[in-house]
Design a protein around this ligand. Structure first.
Ligand SMILES: NC(=O)c1ccc[n+]([C@@H]2O[C@H](COP(=O)([O-])OP(=O)(O)OC[C@H]3O[C@@H](n4cnc5c(N)ncnc54)[C@H](OP(=O)(O)O)[C@@H]3O)[C@@H](O)[C@H]2O)c1
Length: 329
């Protein structure tokens, strides 16, 4: 396994981070514990969860907590070998205080997460989504409090644009609060809308930990045009968690796969190697249903795609906008 620095935290994390969004269902507790132990055995030291994760059972406002409980059990006796990330902010109930980034919600949820994770500290506490109803100062002051209480070591943001990260860094600087050290964004060959934020993250020592780098499995080669998805795949089991199939999607997938075939690399490894080659990347948050998926991800960390392929992939999956440099072209 290879390791990188997680932004300004200085933490050394494996290039692959184990995602746990499917813990509970379809990955039951026993399988999930085996996945965590197997991943750690392969050198993965970074685990990503959230207070809301409970696998396919999740709906907007459901209580969550299942994945954190499983991760807590899996880490008994090996807590200090893991960099453990969890998140706050998504709804965990129907009430107005059951969500968001108020001090009340954060201070309540951090204790619940610690209890479920059976630990007295969270390495990386991530705000799951921006909350437009709460002033950022309020959120940042509450986050400062949980760090000073020793419940949390470092702070991260998820689903935030560069301008929002910039404001967080600026407020932290103004108030001597701990800075944001990581940014978890959706990012894959098929989903590049945050591409231009990567330069900002690089410049300001924010480690990027992209999620869904396989675009929920679409980039693994398991789905075929005009064919039903394999019965054990996410598209068959939980179709609303995978993009709808259409010809445009398969046009891109087939062209990507042809390139992967040219250099004899399995599609999943090829797609992950491409994300790892992007600027500011610290660790890819990959989901896995079986240990073989983790093995594929770990193998991707050793790959380097040829420069010619990077250019051709830009043609197949162009970044959201690109303007020619007026001087250098
Ligand atoms: N911050 C956020 O808002 C946010 C949002 C979503 C996710 N996340 C994090 O990101 C993690 C990853 O998300 P994700 O699981 O949706 O995306 P993903 O990593 O792109 O896809 C993972 C899924 O692809 C399939 N797969 C993985 N490796 C494979 C391989 N080598 N061959 C064949 N199939 C393979 C498996 O699904 P099947 O076998 O079932 O087809 C697996 O569950 C989550 O667990 C969570 O920690 C964060």
């Amino acid at each position: 396994m290879k390791y990188r620095v997680l932004g300004s935290s200085g933490l050394i994390v494996s290039e692959i981070c184990l995602g746990t969004m499917t813990f509970g269902e379809p990955v039951d507790e026993a399988e999930a514990v085996k996945l965590v132990h197997g991943a750690m055995g392969m050198g993965i030291n970074f685990i990503d969860t959230a207070n809301v994760y409970e696998g396919y059972r999740r709906y907007l406002g459901s209580a969550g907590g299942v994945a954190e409980e499983i991760v807590g059990k899996a880490l008994q006796g090996r807590r200090d070998q893991a960099i453990l990330a969890t998140k706050v902010g998504a709804p965990v109930g129907p009430g107005p205080q059951d969500r968001g980034l108020t001090a009340s919600h954060i201070l309540r949820e951090v204790d619940r997460s610690l209890q479920r994770l059976q630990t007295d500290y969270i390495d990386l506490y991530i705000v799951h989504w921006p909350d437009k109803h709460v002033p950022l100062e309020t959120t940042m002051a509450a986050l400062d409090q949980v760090v000073r209480q020793g419940k949390v070591r470092y702070l991260g943001a998820s689903n935030h644009h560069a301008a929002q990260l910039c404001e967080m860094l600026w407020l932290a600087d103004q108030h001597s609060w701990p800075p944001i050290v990581s940014s978890q964004i959706p990012f894959s060959l098929l989903r590049r809308e945050f591409q231009h934020d990567l330069a900002f993250c690089k410049r300001h020592a924010i480690g990027v930990t992209p999620y869904q780098p396989l675009q929920a499995g679409l980039l693994t080669g398991k789905y075929r045009r005009h064919q039903a998805p394999p019965s054990d795949s996410r598209a068959a089991e939980k179709p609303d968690w995978v993009w709808t199939f259409d010809d445009r999607l398969f046009d891109r997938l087939e062209r990507i796969e042809a390139l992967a075939n040219e250099i004899d690399i399995p599609p999943a490894q090829y797609a992950l190697a491409w994300v790892l080659a992007q600027p500011a990347m610290s660790s890819l948050v990959v989901g896995a249903k079986q240990l073989g998926h983790v093995q594929d991800a770990v193998a991707a960390a050793d790959l380097k795609l040829p420069a010619t392929h990077l250019a051709r992939l830009d043609e197949i999956c162009p970044p959201p906008w690109s303007q020619p440099d007026p001087i250098r072209g």
